[in-house]
Write a protein of this length. Structure first.
Lengths: 115, 112
């Protein structure tokens, strides 16, 4: 019930192309969906997040698409650059948790953008 | 650079050693977290402190002992660890319990 499934496990894209990473969740109580970007030797950094009251959120080259009925959300990276090469994690949590944010992470996608 | 600072960056310890990991944030965040991350895996939640009180312990073995001396500091005391405990230990903080997390760059721990 707490699982978040992420695909693909790895992705290779040419510079300038579109990178698409997909996630699916089961728990309908989830109401906050962040994406984290992690470079080797660094901690995860919050990239962009969405709540289920909107179907799309865009920040620069990064867009989250959200489909509540299908319980799916995806990250689109437009005009992908070699500097985007990193591991991307989708996550989900329930807001309003007073004890702390229990993020459920996907398994991660290793993105490589070739120059 | 991240606003959550973790020391040391690397730590090698034997199974009989006692060591501590430290985490500091000055963003005024009131929730602090310890995560464990194995290679090519997502972070796994270990502990959460909310307003300096332990609010979540994800059934972590007692050889890991967290401490929150004040709202800016978080420690993780390590004792009698096993080689399988080798991992990247990440600290994170958030404005309040259900706010977005800010991660540090972690301590790479190797248990020999």
């Amino acid at each position: 019930q707490q699982q978040v499934k992420q695909s693909p496990q790895s992705l290779i894209v040419q510079k300038g192309g579109i990178s698409i990473i997909n996630c699916a969740y089961e728990n309908t109580a989830f109401d906050y969906f962040p994406w984290y970007q992690q470079f080797p030797g660094k901690g995860p950094a919050l990239l962009i997040a969405i709540r289920p009251d909107v179907s799309e959120k865009k920040e620069g080259r990064f867009t989250i698409s959200f489909n509540k009925s299908a319980k799916q959300f995806s990250l689109h990276i437009m005009d992908s650059q070699p500097g985007d090469s990193a591991t991307y994690f989708c996550a989900a949590s329930i807001e309003g948790e007073t004890s702390g944010s229990r993020l459920t992470f996907g398994e991660g996608t290793q993105l490589t953008v070739n120059p | 650079d991240t606003e959550v600072t973790q020391t040391p960056k690397h730590l090698v310890m034997g199974m009989t050693n006692k060591k501590s990991l430290k985490c500091e944030q000055h963003m005024g965040h009131r929730a602090m977290y310890w995560y464990k991350q194995k290679a090519k895996k997502p972070p796994e939640l270990m502990f959460v402190y909310s307003y300096e009180k332990l609010s979540i312990n994800e059934s972590v073995p007692s050889r890991f002992s967290p401490e929150c001396p004040n709202s800016s500091l978080l420690n993780l005391h390590l004792h009698a660890l096993q080689p399988e405990d080798s991992a990247l230990y990440l600290c994170a903080s958030s404005w309040k319990a259900d706010s977005p997390l800010h991660f540090g760059n972690g301590t790479r721990l190797t248990v020999t």
